[in-house]
Design a protein around this ligand. Structure first.
Ligand code: XMP
Length: 331
């Protein structure tokens, strides 16, 4: 609509004025906020923007390729992809505590990003002066409102506070006045596909907190395939009365890998394989959430497909716990 087009033009002009002919670095995660920030800044300054995409090996199926296809392929943005899966998995070996895993993933993420940013700073002829972030208005309130912060951190979310200072860069935050739904509209106005812009949230530590206990490559590979089937079927199944897909009718849905084995039968043989849990919730603020009453036909289809298609998983369960007292993620 014209209001959004106006907003795009205004935001583009503001970025050009702020940045001048200096260079900008942005950390692309594949999430909505950094994607929209990247698309907007690219629209404004083109090749003065370099995106850094750190693939920690704990992303969803083909996520890295999709991010590259969209930003390098379709938008023709400069994107450096850092394949750090082995590094992350190596440091996570033997670690099973959820908070310890979060700290390792968050810390490594910053290290890898910083090293890459330094490299870019040195290799560019023009002055690299800016670090762009997809900070949105609710993040601004959250980090400013120290008073409202709970005394106990239940789960430490990794953010990159202090990074601009450490890199000697100024901060560019073109989304900091926008609410989430405005960011999504802006993304669509910039030509990002709606299914990308209206995606469920995905935690920074990714599959690292969806594989219970120690993270192993084998587990991540099984989980990625099972989760992809779940998401595909949520997108396929529509609610008859509203016509909406169950993906759109849920706020967040994903698969959790349980590193326990249970017995099954397959043909004439006995199997002894891993278990996954499906999680789907409805919520308006993610502070409280109800488990989603998914249709049995959908659950049946997902379970059948996972067990048949993902060798190594022979049992699928559905999580019927609400938040509180359960959290949305299992770790
Ligand atoms: P919980 O599990 O606390 O999740 O009910 C609430 C929302 O926060 C997301 N979440 C995270 N996001 N880093 C993130 O970026 C994290 O460590 C993290 N832990 C939970 C979760 O996916 C849900 O949307």
């Amino acid at each position: 609509d014209w209001v959004m087009r106006d907003h795009v033009a205004e935001a583009v002009a503001a970025i050009r004025k702020q940045v001048g002919n200096e260079e900008v670095i942005l950390g692309l995660s594949g999430g909505v906020d950094s994607s929209v920030a990247a698309a907007l800044i690219h629209r404004a300054i083109g090749d003065q923007l370099t995106c850094v995409f750190v693939d920690h090996g704990l992303l969803r199926l083909n996520e890295g390729d999709k991010v590259m296809e969209m930003f390098a392929g379709k938008l023709h943005a400069k994107v450096v992809r850092v394949d750090a899966a082995d590094l992350f998995l190596g440091k996570l070996a033997g670690v099973s505590d959820p908070e310890a895993k979060r700290k390792i993933i968050g810390g490594l993420f910053v290290d890898v990003f910083k090293a890459q940013a330094e490299k870019i700073k040195q290799s560019h002829s023009r002055h690299v002066a800016w670090l762009a972030q997809g900070t949105i208005y609710p993040d601004v309130i959250e980090s400013g409102g120290a008073k409202s912060k709970k005394a106990v951190t239940i789960k430490s979310h990794h953010n990159v506070g202090g990074l601009p200072e450490q890199l000697g860069l100024k901060l560019l935050e073109p989304l900091r006045d926008l609410f989430k739904d405005e960011v999504r509209e802006l993304g669509v106005a910039l030509g990002l596909p709606p299914e990308m812009v209206y995606r469920h949230p995905f935690p920074g530590p990714g599959l690292g907190v969806r594989i219970l206990g120690e993270v192993k490559k084998e587990y991540a590979e099984l989980l990625r395939r099972a989760d992809d089937i779940f998401i595909q079927e949520l997108r396929n199944f529509r609610d008859e009365s509203t016509g909406k897909s169950w993906y759109d009718l849920t706020s967040q849905a994903f698969t959790v890998f349980l590193p326990v084995k249970s017995v099954g039968v397959m043909g004439d043989g006995r199997t002894y394989d891993y278990v996954v849990a499906l999680r789907a919730v409805q919520t308006s603020d993610f502070m409280t959430a109800d488990w989603a009453e998914l249709p049995y036909a959908l659950l049946k289809r997902v379970s059948g497909r996972i067990i048949n298609e993902v060798r190594g998983i022979n049992r699928v369960t559905y999580d019927v716990s609400s938040k509180p007292p359960a959290t949305i993620e299992w770790e």
